[in-house]
Design a protein. Structure first.
Lengths: 360, 293
């Protein structure tokens, strides 16, 4: 089948145009933002970027894979607590015991599962490998049993709730509901120094851009096509000879790793991690940004998460109680009227324009 | 002896409360396939109704009985409004009902929090103040009241579904909507009434919750996920499994709480239900279909 030059040009633009978009976003986040924002705002933007990293993963699992991952807080927690444990031990010094443990029991030794987190390399490996392991086991069990749709959503949310309860209930081991905080340094860099904080921001922004590149490549690959096919007609994919469970598993694991990395970067930027950041409400807020931006689009999840994060802090500064109503209304309006999020507005508008032209 | 009996009885009462919440979900989720995350906040609406009724009728014994129909109608009407404004547009996308109703739930919670920052102080009825001696354990009458209420709800719902014309219409609509429509059933009004009853049941649960536990804005959040798990673990489309699952969850949480701590008990129960769903994703009992989904 021969293609006209115009068709070839549009296919080219569709595939590589997104890459240009990612480039622009990278320029904005890595070069422009540090130049124009003050330290406080930049730190806030860093926090939103952490949520955006999680959101990119959710976009892959939910937007393209159709798995409503309501429990990404679990993987966020894995990365965040791994990092927080390392930073706590770093602050306590070599052979030191974290302050909160001394408060409960001055003579208690360091719990066994804390010990390896003294090593920075082990910590970084854990941030990536533990979510892979956990998500593989969970995902394998869940998808092979063909649990999907609402059941999957409720199950994953239940896991986040259970983990938040667990951390809240094991105050001597994990800091409980107060969480872990008061970190002094980040892999040897003083966290009070603005230069180092700027560096952590840049790392976060770069990681976000890398995650977007990963999903860009996944979306245009054969795997991306299969994932969307599985979302839209799982049985047909099965009848074609593929195992939908494996396809979903890959997407689920990738999004788990992204959630974990987002959590790990969240800790040095925000300076505290507690069950409040991982439980049901937090996991739903992670979803909210993705829904707002557009779950299935490439840029929607990340931009939605950043926008929601920004809206959250500005609105809650201005209207202490009112912003929750705005958030509530956003949930309803977006799911009711804009199920494909803000990203679908340009397409809808151009759709209106072309249909007018046709009728004219 | 007492240490073994106490968790059994307390757990049964907890399970009964969970059952009332889950019965409503068994209707709206199990029968209609709608995931209503605001169902937990309808429990709050029930607790608020109990508080309002006490403001009008000062005798606590009478007011609690009056609160039951008030709560049922109030929560039911909330559900009806939700169905008409939001849910009716989304019957073909169940996962989106989840998201939209999360928004509703956030809004209702905040509304409650602003009006009653420390919860609604519902006075306990004086007739239910006593205890019943069970093998040396003083079982609070309020818990027995909750269990009775749950049994009444269960019997009422089961009878409604099995013996009345309306119940037959619900089942017909659920099992085969186009066929039900060709037989002249107004499926839209059946949907609305089903949603009204399901939400109303949550209101009754709220009255019971105001008697045996605290009522703060987190009441709904505490029960909603567990109630969904109970409905799923029991198996959709019938009530028998829901009853067994609710009771099992209530009692096992009480025993684990006795052996460990409250929050660890919740973790263990959650874990057990999740593992159970791995073994039997279709729940305890299932209605067999030839559908692929």
């Amino acid at each position: 089948m021969s293609t006209t030059p115009v068709e070839r040009a549009t296919t080219f633009a569709r595939s590589w145009g997104s890459l240009v978009g990612i480039g622009v976003l990278a320029l904005l986040l890595i070069v422009v933002a540090p130049a124009v924002l003050d330290e406080f705002r930049l730190n806030n933007l860093g926090k939103y970027c952490c949520w955006a990293i999680v959101a990119v993963g959710i976009g892959l699992s939910w937007g393209r894979g159709g798995m409503l991952v309501l429990g990404q807080g679990v993987f966020f927690a894995i990365g965040a607590y791994a990092m927080a444990m390392h930073l706590t031990l770093e602050t306590a010094g070599p052979d030191g015991i974290p302050v909160f443990m001394i408060l409960y029991d001055p003579l208690a030794p360091l719990p066994g599962f804390w010990v390896p987190f003294r090593s920075p390399i082990f910590t970084l490996a854990a941030v990536v490998l533990v979510p892979i392991l956990v998500a593989s086991v969970l995902g394998f069990a869940i998808f092979k049993r063909r649990v999907k749709g609402a059941y999957f959503a409720i199950l994953s949310q239940a896991l986040a709730v259970a983990l938040a309860y667990f951390i809240g209930g094991t105050i001597k081991l994990t800091g409980g509901d107060t969480g872990l905080s008061d970190f002094k340094s980040f892999f040897g860099y003083d966290l009070a120094d603005p230069v180092n904080r700027r560096m952590i921001y840049t790392i976060t922004a770069v990681v976000l851009v890398l995650c977007m590149l990963v999903v860009w490549q996944l979306y245009r690959s054969r795997f991306g096509e299969l994932l969307v096919a599985t979302r839209d007609a799982e049985e047909r994919v099965r009848f074609l000879g593929y195992d939908p469970a494996n396809i979903k598993l890959v997407a689920f694991v990738v999004s788990a790793v992204m959630a974990s990395i987002g959590g790990a970067l969240f800790v040095p930027i925000v300076g505290i991690i507690s069950p409040k950041e991982i439980g049901a409400a937090a996991s739903i807020l992670l979803i909210a940004g993705v829904a707002l931006g557009g779950r299935a689009s490439l840029f929607g999840p990340a931009l939605g998460a950043i926008l929601l994060g920004y809206g959250r802090s500005t609105l809650s500064e201005r209207f202490e109680n009112g912003w929750i109503y705005i958030l509530a209304l956003m949930f309803i309006v977006v799911t009711l009227l804009l199920p494909d999020g803000l990203a679908s507005i340009p397409r809808r508008l151009s759709g209106v324009v072309t249909s007018r032209r046709r009728t004219a | 002896m007492e240490s073994l009996i106490a968790p059994l009885l307390n757990g049964t009462a907890d399970g009964a409360l969970l059952l009332i919440a889950a019965l409503g979900l068994a209707l709206t989720f199990g029968q209609m396939g709608v995931i209503n995350m605001a169902h937990g906040e309808f429990l709050l609406a029930g607790a608020v109704s109990a508080y309002w009724t006490q403001g009008v009728v000062s005798n606590t014994n009478i007011s609690i009985l009056l609160a039951l129909p008030v709560a049922f109608v109030f929560a039911g009407l909330l559900g009806l409004v939700l169905e008409i404004t939001v849910i009716q547009w989304m019957y073909d996308r169940p996962l989106d009902t989840l998201l939209a109703t999360v928004g509703v739930s956030l809004g209702l919670q905040q509304l409650f929090l602003q009006h009653y920052p420390s919860g609604v102080p519902v006075k306990k009825p004086s007739l239910l103040d006593g205890q019943l001696d069970v093998f040396g354990y003083a079982w609070p009458l309020r818990q027995i009241f909750t269990i009775c209420l749950a049994l009444v709800c269960l019997a009422g719902l089961a009878a409604l579904l099995r013996y009345t014309t309306f119940g037959r219409r619900i089942r017909a609509t659920v099992q085969n909507r186009p066929l039900a429509e060709t037989l002249g059933i107004a499926t839209r009004s059946v949907d609305r009434l089903t949603f009204f009853i399901g939400s109303g049941l949550a209101g009754l649960g709220g009255v019971a919750a105001s008697l045996i536990g605290g009522t703060n804005s987190q009441l709904g959040t505490r029960y909603i996920i567990l109630a969904f798990l109970v409905v799923v673990a029991g198996g959709l489309g019938q009530l028998r499994g829901t009853v067994i699952a609710a009771w099992a969850v209530g009692v096992s949480t009480a025993y684990f709480a006795d052996w460990t701590t409250g929050s660890l008990a919740s973790v263990i129960t959650f874990g057990l239900v999740v593992v159970f769903l791995q073994v039997r994703p279709q729940g305890l009992f299932t209605i067999r279909t030839r559908g692929l989904a």
